[in-house]
Design a protein around this ligand. Sequence first.
Ligand code: MG
Length: 366
Amino acid sequence: MMSVPATNHRKIIHIDMDAFYASVEQRDDPELRGKPIVVGGLPEGRGGVVATASYEARKFGVRSAMPSKKAQQLCPQAIFVRPRFAVYKDVSRHIREIFSRYTDLIEPLSLDEAFLDVTEDKLGIGSAIEVATQIKQAIFDELQLTASAGVSVNKFVAKIASDINKPNGLKFIGPSSIEAFMEQLPVEKFFGVGKVTAQKMKSMSLHTGADLKRLEEDELVKHFGKSGRFYYRIVRGIDERPVQPHRETKSMGAEDTFAHDLTTFDEMSVELDKIAQTVATRLERYALKGRTITLKVKYSNFKQITRNQSFSAPVGGVGILAQTAKQLLSATNLDEVRVRLLGISVSNFGELSPKNNGPTEQLKLF
Ligand SMILES: [Mg+2]
């Protein structure tokens, strides 16, 4: 049986800004403070989605990635604000500069989130909790914004920890409490467990980490494929993935596995519109455009195909993504198919300068 080694623990911090876009807007416009605001597409427009909602709006159930129309229904008094990505990027750069005072091992996950390895911090502070406290304070003093921090010995636990005392939180989960923490964790919280996998786990009476822990590695692999190996380790608090400072984004996309197989072009078309919206929102968030659009189709027999289309100029809008994906789909054989997954991704971003601290969203762990 594996266990966490008693010595040589890494010190990992996950920093996550609180309601980032909304907080920046409230900071810059006193009229918006204390009010429910939604940063994202306008509810009047077609296909507008919520990028970030202020905490005042979240009380009404408004959530990120929700259609803006729905947000307005839930919270009619919400003020809708268009995002200012150039400003968020500037703030993000400043936050990274603060991180770099303590460590060079910084792995940004998005504009407002990053992992830091402070096992050996530059200032010789030694305590990861103290480093996290100082970073939060510097962000507040210099940017008038709050962040939440999770501190642990690996990325997985640090990331979950940062979410526990939000906003303006700091949560430490040390080596001796990791296993107990993982045991009580609902399976939905495990990295890579989407809604379909969660359903499957529940049908097997697997609700928490403790339930997963009862299964042998082979059984987990049998039921959940390669991910099973990850679950086996992570439920024991083991995650050796390093903090990767210079990872460059090669592609960005989204995919969806359906609870029921799709059989008609019309059904698939509706899903592709939704997926295209998700991808376009992500690209916008990182100010990215790419020259290649790829469609992925997985059939009920798990056979998978990809088809792509390249353009002379970079693209990234929802219209071109949806249209291209549908064209690529219609060129495949659609006779008597049963489709269980569709995905759209964009790649071929062109030169990202080595200094670009931008997107490193890890889209898939495996
Ligand atoms: Mg955040």
